[in-house]
Design a protein around this ligand. Structure first.
Ligand SMILES: Cc1ncc(COP(=O)(O)O)c(C=O)c1O
Length: 462
């Protein structure tokens, strides 16, 4: 079954791909779903693909994604120079492999891995793969430690990104998801320990939540698990999913203790392609030291030359993103990252404050942790967050609207992710467009989209 996006259904599409006649010397028919029988001129093939992609959204106006949408021309050049390098061929491309190692060293130091430990970590395709590897290491350690009596479980807030539900499902670990309640939108120490037992392979703390950008209290969770160990003897490790925050907190919140400074933190992941400021295709996972990564998870292959240890889900993978990550680390250094991330936070908090002042919105977060914030429509307004999202879409902005998970499914929000390249100027333009669509939205007789569309009480409007 091909995995298709729901918008793939195009009842009016012609059978073949139609080509603008100006691009071809003679009419061509290009089948849409079959490989063409013959060859095509490269310029024509390029134009056909280019034209199709033209209708994708403008990545810079996509305020839904955490993933980098702008890099410097020098980084693009480097990436183009490395497109043909396969990250797995470490014997063939030893310098790319060396750059990967240098990045691991830099991240281990940034996250305060114990100095004596040789940094243990690797690049991945993104945080999802990094989380799978970290989860597998926790499961294998639990098994080596005697494996309790029952089925392994992993404890996390219901706000975790879907990769953790995949991990639990694919590797047959029970996902113990702590629901939201009231104004508690992420995992707390008190709730985390309630869900643990002797079969808990680990607790996942997220820095910060995909749903609203808030940081989970990693130090409090670790302290509560310390007390649990004193009482019950269970030594439960913590993995920090720092997909975004592990590249924000070290620069913007140096006093926040969330990383390997906490003894219970055994591994940390981040997405190089989020606040690591690299185009999509790179993540990182670092373990506290070699002792917490079971040796029997690491495969050794000799068929690429040399004796290569590998712990990965993929085999072949682009080397370009790793080169670009190293470029970014060199180019910005600590001070540069601090400047760029602080600017994003400043834009996010400024924008959140202005949205709050518009009147019909209520902030859930304000961008002071991840430069990301979620807001909802105040009670009694005759429109829904989904109406706002659709109105902004008309102006080219992609601001997602969605409902919260278990415990607060009743709450629907909009979320804005501020990334490098999203300036105060763009924020001004967004505010202008949001302000411009409000009179029309406020004239609606009730929400047009979402659950409230059915249940809205018209008497409550305005
Ligand atoms: C907290 C968190 N973990 C994991 C992921 C998955 O990351 P990736 O897209 O790099 O696989 C995301 C993505 O948004 C995330 O926000």
């Amino acid at each position: 079954m091909p995995l298709a996006h729901p918008s793939d259904h195009r009842p009016h599409a012609r059978g073949d791909v139609s080509v603008n006649p100006i691009f071809t010397r003679e009419p061509v028919e290009i089948p849409r779903h079959r490989m063409p029988a013959g060859e095509l001129d490269p310029d024509t093939a390029y134009q056909v693909v280019h034209d199709e992609l033209m209708l994708d959204g403008n990545a810079r106006l996509n305020l839904a994604t955490f993933v980098t949408t702008w890099m410097e021309p020098q980084a693009r050049t480097l990436m183009a120079e490395c497109f043909d390098k396969n990250m797995i061929d470490k014997d063939e491309y030893p310098r790319t492999a060396e750059l990967e190692q240098r990045c691991v060293h830099m991240l281990a130091e940034l996250w305060h891995a114990p100095e004596a430990a040789r940094p243990t970590g690797c690049s991945t395709t993104g945080s999802s793969e990094a989380c799978m590897l970290a989860g597998l290491a926790m499961k294998r350690r639990w098994q080596h430690g005697g494996g309790g009596q029952g089925r392994p479980n992993i404890v996390m807030g219901v706000d975790v990104q879907v990769c953790w539900e995949k991990f639990a499902d694919y590797w047959e670990v029970e996902a113990r998801l702590v629901p939201m309640a009231g104004d508690r939108f992420h995992l707390t120490a008190e709730e985390a320990v309630k869900y643990c037992d002797e079969n808990t392979i680990g607790v996942v703390a997220v820095l910060g939540s995909t749903f609203d950008g808030s940081y989970e209290p990693v130090a409090e969770i670790c302290a509560a698990l310390d007390r649990l160990q004193e009482d019950d003897g269970w030594d439960i490790p913590v993995h920090v999913d720092g997909a975004s925050g592990a590249m924000i907190a070290p620069f913007c919140d140096p006093d926040l203790v969330w990383d390997f400074r906490l003894d219970r933190v055994c591994s940390i992941n981040t997405s190089g392609h989020k606040y690591g400021l690299v185009y999509p295709g790179v993540g990182w996972v670092v373990w506290r030291d070699a002792a917490v990564l079971p040796e029997d998870l690491v495969f050794r292959v000799n068929y690429l030359g040399g004796d290569m240890p590998t712990f990965a889900l993929n085999f072949s993978r682009p080397g370009a993103q790793v080169a670009a990550q190293y470029y970014t680390f060199l180019r910005l250094g600590f001070a540069g990252f601090e400047r760029v991330q602080s600017y994003s936070r400043e834009v996010a908090t400024g924008l959140a404050g202005r949205i709050a002042k518009l009147g019909p919105f209520r902030l859930l977060t304000d961008g002071r942790e991840l430069p990301v914030f979620a807001f909802t429509v105040a009670d009694g307004e005759p429109f829904s967050v989904f109406d706002v999202s659709a109105a902004l879409r008309e102006r080219g902005w992609l601001v997602p609207a969605y409902t919260f998970p278990a415990g607060r499914e009743d709450l629907a929000v909009l979320r804005i992710v501020v990334r490098t390249g999203f300036t105060h100027d763009l924020a001004d333009l967004l505010i202008d467009d949001l302000t411009a669509c409000l009179p029309r939205l406020r004239e609606q007789s009730g929400p047009a989209r979402g659950n409230e569309a059915a249940s809205f009480s018209h008497g409550a409007a305005k």
